[in-house]
Structures are given as structure tokens and as C-alpha cells.
Design a protein around this ligand. Structure first.
Ligand code: SF4
Length: 377
């Protein structure tokens, strides 16, 4: 039973299952004061786990994780939305489960077990349907989600045609709407996904990350989880990657994650075209070549993704981080592109982009020839 003073007492539906002891989360990214929760999510074992990790938080019942009016209206106020990211979590139940075909970073996008992010990269495309701050929502019906994934993997049968995603495994991106390394601080959803894929010899989980969570080293991924550490020149990251682990720390972690049984790829992204970009990417590739172990290099591959930006995000960023927009918003070399979901995106002009992709592929060939480029665009 939950303790008498548990936030669960706000709801009618007490939990019957014993909840494992949880250590409160002590981390620079979180000072959680309030958890907006669907009643069913708060009462579930996973919801109770999250609440036990943030025992000081007040629990506020909401009818739906999408209907949290308090989270909206902080555009352009970075202090406010970083505070919202630190101080707020949301608990919900993921209702519709589907795995969408992808074909770039993964074969399929797995149903989310969380969305939102506690970090604040200036170019982030993660949907902002919960206000600009977009704090983390944890989906508590993890057993339904892992059950769905097992059945989906079984339906695919073995992968018989190698592709750029993976020669032999169906790869599922489990972190398309956030950062799994940070989500793993908040709940055991990521640990459960790693354990699920450990037992699926025809599939792998995969997620990109900009945060080093060394607790993940204690899991046993058995090479069925691929972590894609995002790297970029430190000069860009210091300007654009707000609240993330420093690039230096990400690179220093790569060998440890390989040793712990993860497959580790690198996301060279976003590539931001600005004065000096080629020299800085050269230095980064040389650094990777110098510090990564032979074992890491033998299994490494990379995605190269040139920056895509967005008109609405540009307006918001001008309010809090105009220096970032000096490199992100470059109408002289960018063109408009309406995205599939109707967003007014901008990307580098086709000719500019083509030349940059050729150039960065050449730099990789010269300075990190062991790094297979899975795709570049
Ligand atoms: S870490 Fe990823 S999800 Fe989080 S803000 Fe940065 S780009 Fe967005």
C-alpha cells in the first residue's frame, strides 16, 4: 500500500501492489514541485514510482496529459520555461499505440513512453503541444507499450534485407519525442525498454541523446540497444545546446557505454553552417579519432543531419536567445520548406546543402575513416 501521506490519497483509486523503495532524484535538471497527473496514471505502479522519486511534489489531477493549461503561455520567457521544465512533470496513459515506419534513424518509431524534455536546445523540433516549456510527460502504461512492441517485432519476422539502419535487426527509435537518458532519471520506462529488447534477437532499440546518464551503464543491454550520442563542435553546442551535457562529456562516455554492452553510434547533428564550421568539425573529428577506443570504432556509424529550423521557433528564440538566431536563421542560404505536419520550416538551400554534405563526408573520410556514414542529409 502507498504510505498514508502519499500524493495518491488525492485520488479514489488506491494502488494495491507494493511499490519498490525509490531514492529521490537529486539532479541539476530537476527541482520538481508539481506533477500534473491523470488519476489512472498516478495510481499505477509506474506513476507511484515517479511520485516516490519526487516526494516533495504536489500532485494536481488533470483529465488528460494534453490538457494542462498552466503549461502554456510562456513563449519567449526562457527563465520561466526553464523553470517549468525543472519544476514540472506530467503523468499520463498512452492511449493509441502504433509503430510508424521511418527508414532513417530507425526502421520504426516506437510508441512513446515519454514526451517532452528537461533540456532546452535552441533548435529543438520536439513538439510543443504542452506549451513552449514542454516538460517531461511520463506514460505509465509501460507494460502495454512493451507488450505491443514485442508483438510488433514478432510480426516482422527476421530482417532479411540489410539496409542502412542495420544489416540484420529491425531498429525501433524509442526516443523520438524527448531524450531517453534524462527520462531514465524520472522512471524505469527506459530500463524496461532496454530489458524488452534484450530478449528480442531480431530487433534493437535506439535513441539519440545529448545527456550522459551513467546509471544506464548498470543495465544489461546485451547489444540490443543502440545509443546515438549527438556531437557537434563545442562552439555550437555552448551556444545552442542549453542544459545538456557538454560535448566533451558525451565523447568521454562513449567507450564506457560500448564496454557496458550498448551499440554506440554518433549523430553529427545538427551541422550548422557558419563561418569556421569546417575547421571546427575537422577538430571534432580529430578528437573522436584520438580518444575513442578500437572497440568503439569497430562498431561505430554516424548520421549526419544538417540544421532544419522553423519560423515560429525563430520568433520565440529572438525573445530569449537572439545570439542563437544569428547562426540558426540564415535567409541568405536557407529556403522555406513546409513540413509534413504543416510547420513552416527552413532548411539550407539545396545547392548549399549538397555542397556541405559532400564536404563533411570528405572530412569524415579524411579524419575519421572508421566512421561509416549511415546517411547524410
Ligand atoms: S535534448 Fe533533444 S529533445 Fe531535448 S531539447 Fe535538446 S534536441 Fe530537444
Amino acid at each position: 500500500m502507498a504510505p498514508a501521506d502519499s500524493p495518491l490519497t488525492l485520488f479514489d483509486d488506491p494502488v494495491e501492489e507494493p511499490v519498490a523503495a525509490e531514492a529521490p532524484v537529486v539532479n541539476r535538471l530537476f527541482d520538481v514541485r508539481r506533477v500534473y497527473a491523470e488519476p489512472g496514471a498516478a495510481a499505477s505502479p509506474r506513476g507511484q514510482q515517479v511520485l516516490a522519486r519526487f516526494p516533495a511534489a504536489e500532485v494536481v489531477e488533470v483529465p488528460s496529459h494534453w490538457q494542462v493549461p498552466d503549461l502554456h503561455g510562456n513563449e519567449g520567457n526562457v527563465d520561466r520555461w526553464v523553470r517549468v521544465k525543472s519544476e514540472t512533470l506530467v503523468l499520463g496513459v498512452k492511449k493509441s499505440l502504433s509503430a510508424r515506419p521511418n527508414g532513417r534513424s530507425a526502421d520504426f518509431i516506437a510508441p512513446s513512453t515519454a514526451n517532452g524534455c528537461a533540456m532546452a536546445c535552441a533548435y529543438c523540433y520536439v513538439p510543443r503541444r504542452k506549451g513552449y516549456a514542454n516538460p517531461i510527460t511520463v506514460f505509465t502504461n509501460i507494460d502495454q507499450i512493451t507488450g505491443y512492441l514485442r508483438r510488433h517485432v514478432a510480426r516482422q519476422g527476421p530482417k532479411t534485407e540489410p539496409d542502412q539502419v542495420d544489416p540484420a535487426a529491425w531498429v525501433y527509435d524509442i526516443g523520438k519525442n524527448g531524450d531517453c537518458s534524462v527520462d531514465a532519471l524520472v522512471s524505469d520506462n527506459v530500463a524496461d525498454l532496454v530489458a524488452t529488447f534484450r530478449d528480442l534477437p531480431t530487433a534493437k532499440a535506439s535513441f539519440a541523446t545529448k545527456y550522459v546518464n551513467r546509471q544506464l551503464l548498470d543495465l544489461d543491454p546485451a547489444e540490443r540497444t543502440r545509443i546515438r550520442f549527438s556531437v557537434m563542435p563545442d562552439r555550437d553546442a555552448r551556444l545552442l545546446d542549453v542544459r545538456t551535457s557538454r560535448v566533451e562529456e558525451r565523447i568521454a562516455a562513449v567507450d564506457d557505454f560500448v564496454d557496458a554492452g550498448y551499440e554506440v553510434h554518433l549523430n553529427l547533428s545538427p551541422v550548422v553552417l557558419r563561418e569556421g564550421w569546417q575547421a571546427d568539425w575537422t577538430a571534432l573529428l580529430q578528437q573522436l579519432d584520438d580518444v575513442l577506443s578500437p572497440a568503439t570504432k569497430a562498431q561505430a556509424a554516424a548520421e549526419v543531419i544538417l540544421l532544419t529550423h522553423n519560423a515560429g521557433l525563430h520568433e520565440v528564440n529572438l525573445g530569449w536567445h537572439p545570439q542563437a538566431e544569428e547562426v540558426l536563421w540564415r535567409p541568405d542560404v536557407q529556403e522555406a520548406k513546409r513540413s509534413q505536419n504543416g510547420q513552416d520550416n527552413v532548411r539550407y538551400r539545396a545547392d548549399v546543402k549538397r555542397a556541405a554534405v559532400v564536404r563533411i563526408r570528405a572530412l569524415i573520410g579524411e579524419h575519421a575513416p572508421w566512421l561509416t556514414v549511415r546517411y547524410a542529409f
